[in-house]
Write a protein that binds this ligand. Structure first.
Ligand code: FPP
Length: 247
């Protein structure tokens, strides 16, 4: 058995068995704000701050992929003022990310149909994806206007269109070949999915990719989610026995 380093002992997890890909549903921003008699949008601002901290922590401890649910295809049902603030927070984050990209060397990708976002946001997304493509450290995937079912339907449409146009041979479709049509093409599936705020569901998040993911739920609201909370989730993950359908 490998000896645990002092850092491992401090954090409680084994650095040789870290999840390669962590996916997080950032939930509970609204309730966090409500409990402080603040507008819901203050909760989103605090949530964006937590995202910065957790992304930095993931990078520091050596997580390879972090996928975050920022805005779902269903979130358009929220009041326009709230949607506007979420988009502004995203814009602010991308501005900052671009500013320190050479230093951080984080690779960024966006999952979802971004063509309906503001031209400014689309431009920022294109720039961050393009400029960060060369980096090979942690990869952060931000899901915006993302829905798992929508992703699968788009994948099917694109596959059919490729066959029709002769871009690919009309061979038997396999799980592996179909995966290449997902936003996550070429990436490993999430090992660990974290949902804070006490809700026990996936809410249309990466439903294709999470077939064998370990799920971790906590009552902590996303703005209060700390590095120590992530440690706890990793320890829980490392105590699971992943069988992938075997015995
Ligand atoms: C869910 O909490 C949160 C969202 C729908 C928005 C998350 C967006 C951000 C934190 C800002 C932008 C993102 C980045 C990456 C900078 P909720 O509002 O559903 O909480 P509730 O269930 O308590 O109401």
């Amino acid at each position: 058995m490998m000896e645990l380093s002092s850092t491992d002992l401090e954090k409680g997890w084994d650095s040789d068995k870290l999840p390669c890909h962590i996916a997080i549903i950032m939930d509970g921003n609204g309730r966090w704000a409500q409990r402080r008699a603040l507008p819901r949008t203050a909760g989103h601002a605090a949530g964006a701050e937590t995202f910065r901290r957790i992304a930095t922590y993931c990078k520091d401890i050596g997580i390879k992929y972090l996928t975050i649910y920022a805005f779902s295809t269903e979130n358009w049902k929220r009041p326009p003022a709230e949607v506007k603030v979420i988009m502004e927070l995203l814009e602010k984050y991308l501005h900052e990310a671009l500013g320190k990209m050479e230093k951080d060397r984080v690779k960024m990708k966006f999952f979802g149909d971004v063509t309906v976002l503001s031209p400014k946001l689309q431009e920022l997304i294109a720039q961050t994806e393009e400029l960060s493509a060369k980096f090979e450290g942690v990869q952060i995937n931000i899901c915006v206007n993302y829905g798992g079912r929508d992703e699968i339907v788009r994948a099917a449409e694109n596959y059919v269109s490729d066959v029709k146009n002769g871009r690919i041979a009309d061979e038997k479709l396999t799980e592996e070949s179909f995966s290449r049509y997902m936003y996550s093409a070429g990436m490993p599936d999430p090992d660990l999915v974290i949902r804070p705020s006490g809700e026990l569901r996936l809410s249309n998040f990466l439903i294709w990719q999470t077939a064998y993911s370990e799920l971790y739920y906590t009552d902590v609201l996303w703005p209060d989610f700390s590095e120590q909370e992530l440690d706890k989730a990793i320890v829980s993950y490392q105590n699971r026995n992943r069988r992938f359908g075997g015995i």
